[in-house]
Structure formats: C-alpha cells, structure tokens
Design a protein around this ligand. Structure first.
Ligand SMILES: *Cc1c(COP(=O)(O)O)cnc(C)c1O
Length: 427
C-alpha cells in the first residue's frame, strides 16, 4: 500500500514511513493512494474486534515492515470491550457504541495504542522515536498509557500547571517508562509553542527522533476504521439494515475513519456529525464554504476545535457525503444529558451528549427509518463536574479508571522555554 499527500507535492511512501512522519513534508496529510477491496461477507459480526481489525488493517500495512506483525499488534491494541448498547424509550431505534472502555476511558485509546505498537516496530534501539505532545486533557493520557513499556518509542507529554483537573493531571503522570510528564509553568498555548519550536529545531528533532501523535497521524486514523466496521456488521446482523452513524467531532479523525469504513463497503448509511459550539463544520455544511477559525471553550472540551485538521482528507475519499452537521451549545449539552438520563437512563459525557442532541435534531422520517449508532467517546466519570449537577446523582468510578487512580504519579516541573524542554529530553 502506497500513501500520498493530500497536497500531492511529496513523494509517495509506504505505511511505515507515513506513520513515522506524521504530516507529509509538503504540509499535507497522508492518505492511502487507493482503498483495498475487501470481501465484506467474509467478516464475522460475532467474531472478535481484534480479528476484524487485523483483516482490515493487513492490506493497509502491506509492503511495509509492519505487515508481518498486524495480527499481534491488533491482538494487543484491540483487547478492549466494545459494547453496542441499545437504548430503550428513545424517539427512534438508537444504540450507543461505547468507545470508552480503554485504559484511559477515551476513544483515543484505540488510535494511540495501535500507533505506539507501530512506532515501536518502525524504530529500533539505534534510532528511537520520541513522541512529543502538548495536551490539555484526553490525548496525553491515552498517549502516555500507550507508550508505557515500549522499547523504541517513548512519550514526552507537556501540560500546563494548575490548568487541568486533578484527575486529568493524574492520568497524565501515572505511566511508567518510557513516559515523561512535564508540568510547564504556563498555559496550554505555551506548551504547544514549545512543542512547535522543538519540531522546528533540526538538531533537537534529529537527536531525539521527534514525531507527533496528534490526530493527523494516519497511524491513529486507520485503527479507528476497525470499530466502525465491527459495529456496522453487528448492527446489520441485529436489524438487517445499514445503520446511520452520529459522531461527536472535533478534528474529524473519528468521522474520517467511519467514512473510510463505508468506502470499504461496510454496511453504513448516512453519517451525521455533531460538534459543540465550534461551528466551523456546521457553517460549512450550510454555506458550502470551509472557514477555519480560532476555537472557543465549551463543556465538550476535547472537541474545542475551530480548524478541523482532517477536513483536508475528505476530498481524498471517493464517497465523502455527510448527511448533516449539528452544532450543539453548552446549554443544549446540559439539557440533553438531563433528558436522556431521565428518559433512557443513559449517562452521557458532554461530548457524547452532542451526538444525542444531533439524533434529537434529525427529521422524524430519517430518525425512525433505520437504526442509528451514536459514538460515546469518553466516560462520563471524567466529566463528573459537568454531568453530576445535571443528573442529580454521582457517576460511579469504572474499573478501567480505578486502576489509573491507584498508580503513583510523577512529573518533572519545567519552565516554559525551549532550553528547559531540551534539557528534559536529554535528561
Ligand atoms: C478527541 C475527542 C473527540 C473528537 O474526535 P475527533 O476525531 O477529533 O473528531 C470527541 N470526544 C472526545 C471525548 C475526544 O477525546
């Protein structure tokens, strides 16, 4: 499989090179030059997610050093439960695909765990990689967790001191080597600026083999195709119909993965995007013009994105039709969490709630004519401050996150400058 840049000005590369690089040298994003043709009827809806993943990802990694290890990488990365929970008493046939049973309670666990298994095999002891990530929440935890125990790929995570929740800080700082958590005495923008400066400093970048794990990485995107494929097969086996998907979206990685699954021939009907008050995508759907802008802070903060980076990949897919985009305000998020909890008993995090609200907003016809699957992207426990006052009860600590809290945390405090980061990287 060959990967080309969305901007067509970089040389084509194999899967391993595309994954190691992150972005393409021309500033574009890597996409498979052509999609493989899969025999969909050969997939077993009752089989394991790891097996589905392995069958899908094998052709995507073909011809690279990763090809031989696809089965074992998938067995390790996809050993996470993936419940497709039917909700009773909703206003149409709807299920929630819970992508939140990974070790950090976020769907980003799927992408990060697969990416690090790839990087560990692409790099070697003589040429290790360092994933450098600035984080204000979810991604850093998933990246740290995925890097723990790797031999050739380490993670260095920068986060702003005093600006994230105690649970989030713990979730960034509780992972063993080769994970380093750097607590920066400044805000998130300063952390991000330090990471950018490090990437732009050739000696530093070369010495440590710097790479990024943000959502432009094709190594995070491809594994996410697996759970959409798996859920669509399961839903079709239950209902004999192709499900519509509703996807809480920020950088559009999850949605891109769903569209890739549909292009591969999996039984997926209309795709609906849900965003928070960051309305770049809903404005685009309405006006036909894509206008990236600065992000605004919302309750669904992992989706606070004004310039969705994966938008650039849409045009590279033969079928990239999007049925609708719903932009959901914080007020609607609160009301939706309360109402769905009251009517169906389901407790949603603020991100998932944008998906529930998008379902509410569908016209009655489309809402009732087919099964719908809404992605649940984070565990509500992590957003208890927002959720508990709205539902009037406490959210129980799930087992996957209880394990995190039992671990000791360690971090290194650094000043917000490049010298301090360079010293930490070498230390
Ligand atoms: C990252 C994230 C999203 C948005 O996913 P994209 O792939 O960036 O569109 C939604 N919900 C949660 C909880 C997330 O962490």
């Amino acid at each position: 499989m060959i990967y080309t840049s969305t901007r067509q000005a970089s040389a084509p590369v194999d899967a391993a090179a595309a994954i190691r690089a992150g972005a393409a040298p021309d500033g574009g994003l890597y996409m498979p030059a052509a999609l493989p043709s899969l025999d969909i009827a050969a997939f077993d809806p009752a089989g394991s997610l790891a097996k589905t993943a392995s069958a899908i990802l094998t052709p995507f990694l073909a011809g690279s050093v990763l090809e031989a290890d696809v089965g074992s990488m998938c067995a390790g990365a996809f050993d996470v439960p993936l419940p497709l929970v039917e909700l009773e008493n909703a206003s149409g046939p709807v299920s929630v695909l819970e992508l939140l049973h990974g070790p950090t309670g976020a769907f980003k666990d799927f992408g990060a765990r697969f990416l690090f298994r790839c990087l560990d095999r692409i790099a070697d002891a003589a040429d290790p990689v360092t994933v450098l990530a600035a984080t204000s929440g979810d991604t850093g935890g998933a990246v740290g967790c995925a890097a723990e125990g790797r031999a050739n790929a380490r993670a260095v995570i920068l986060f702003p001191k005093g600006r994230i929740s105690a649970f989030q800080e713990h979730q960034l700082c509780c992972w063993q080597a080769p994970v380093m958590a750097l607590r920066v005495d400044d805000d998130f923008d300063a952390c991000q600026a330090m990471v950018k400066q490090a990437f732009a400093t050739p000696v530093l970048s070369a010495r440590h083999g710097l790479t990024s794990a943000n959502s432009i990485s094709i190594g995070r995107l491809l594994p996410q195709v697996s759970y959409w494929a798996h859920a669509s097969l399961q839903s079709q086996a239950r209902t004999d119909q192709a499900a519509g998907l509703i996807i809480p979206s920020g950088n559009l990685g999850n949605a891109l993965a769903a569209l890739i699954a549909r292009n591969l021939g999996f039984p997926i009907g209309p795709v609906v995007l849900a965003t928070n008050a960051n309305a770049t995508l809903s404005d685009w759907a309405r006006k036909g013009v894509f206008e990236p802008r600065a992000s605004i802070a919302t309750l669904a903060n992992a989706m606070d994105v004004g310039a969705p980076s994966n938008f650039e990949r849409l045009g590279a897919l033969p079928d990239h039709a999007i049925h609708a985009v719903a932009s959901i305000s914080d007020e609607q998020i609160r009301a939706t969490i309360a109402r769905w909890h009251g009517e169906t008993g389901y407790i949603a995090c603020p991100h998932t709630a944008t998906g529930l609200a998008a379902f509410d907003g569908l016209d009655t016809g489309p809402r009732r004519e087919r099964p719908w699957i809404i992605a649940a992207t984070a565990h509500p426990y992590k957003f208890a401050d927002a959720v508990e006052p709205v539902i009037g009860e406490t959210v129980a600590l799930p087992d996957n996150l209880a394990g995190v809290l039992e671990r000791p945390a360690r971090m290194i405090d650094i000043k917000a400058d490049l010298d301090a980061l360079a010293a930490a990287l070498s230390g």
